[in-house]
Design a protein around this ligand. Sequence first.
Ligand code: ADP
Ligand code: ASP
Ligand code: MG
Length: 410
Amino acid sequence: MPILVMKFGGTSVANPDRIRRAAKRVGLEVAKGYDVIVIVSAMSGKTNELVGWVNETSPLYDAREYDAVVSSGENVTAGLMALTLQEMDIPARSWQGWQVPLKTNSSHSQARIEEIPNENILAKFGEGMRVAVVAGFQGISPEGRITTLGRGGSDTTAVAFAAAFDAERCDIYTDVDGVYTTDPRISDKARKLDKIAFEEMLELASLGAKVLQTRSVELAMRYKVKLRVLSSFEEPSDEAGTLVCDEEEIMENKVVSGVAYSRDEAKMTLVSVEDRPGIAAGIFGPLAEAGINVDMIVQNISDEGTTDMTFSCPTDQVKRAEKALNDAKAAGSIGFEEIIADTNVAKISVVGIGMRSQPGVAAKMFKVLSDEGINIKVIATSEIKISVLIDRKYMELAVQALHDAFELEK
Ligand code: ADP
Ligand code: ASP
Ligand code: MG
């Protein structure tokens, strides 16, 4: 029988009643003749609570134990979903990551999937099981320890299963009815897109649009998974949601397709760094080893042999970044006066594949922000995106002004 992957995010499994609603959707697909792999997230708010407990217990935690704690939310919803389906007389069984086994590398808290053997689950389908409910977000390392795939990782579990089982489609059920031109919670002018290109979705996701985890989009692109984002609260329909697809399948050709924001970005400045060859390697080497995701980098004009080096990284990695840099300083490999961490910033980005062929987008973006009196602290660009770091208090204003200026509501 053809296989379908259906993923339900936190709000879609927030309590037993919501789980029943989601299970009914699964039942509709089973009735159509699909064997279904359901990927579940933890109940909404649960993972945040678990992360909070870990931080309270150990601020510079051992990531193996972080994973042991934060992976637990998904175990609960997987079991409850299987029970709910059984109550509906649908043969179902739950699987934790290690039972599949979903094999990952050892990068705890941001592990990468290496392999998903499909024999165990296929054998159960062969015996008449109709739904395999799999706990999202978690896997097992070569050392046999539980790993997690980074926040939002259930999306990646879902796409990886769709690839491993050659599923007909991967449906991501969430609390909005598709991918919008910007977060509908920030702008009421946000417009739902019927289709979005993989590359644009990849940029939007990596720049903060958390509707899909970045890695899930990468995998869908690589393995040609038919990926759809839709709401678990709306009536089922074949046209519902947003299809993430190849560029060629999209008729609409706007220069800018979307505006993303991230309030989880911090600006770090190393003051009075000695300006000599090898210093950038001396700074960013230890940061990379500590697993810090450095995004934007700016080096100021050198003054009397010293320079200021500014970079951005996720807010929750600031403590680790400071430690890595102070350790490198203590070891004598780099020298600087002080580290200034500014967590009161936000990153705003405009994204669109049309930018490749149309100049002037950056100039327009900077003009819009300056007209609103918003100061730009750091800039980064790529072929299809422009990002700026600004004061966080202007975040909503900037998103709305850019959404208007690039006429995204039309
Ligand atoms: P889930 O728990 O289902 O995984 P998430 O909270 O991870 O859901 O992702 C869905 C949220 O992503 C939406 O509620 C919305 O606020 C946010 N979001 C940000 N940018 C966008 C966008 N461009 N389109 C749709 N949703 C977006
Ligand atoms: N529960 C995890 C998180 O909140 C994974 C997910 O929901 O995708 O990050
Ligand atoms: Mg999510």
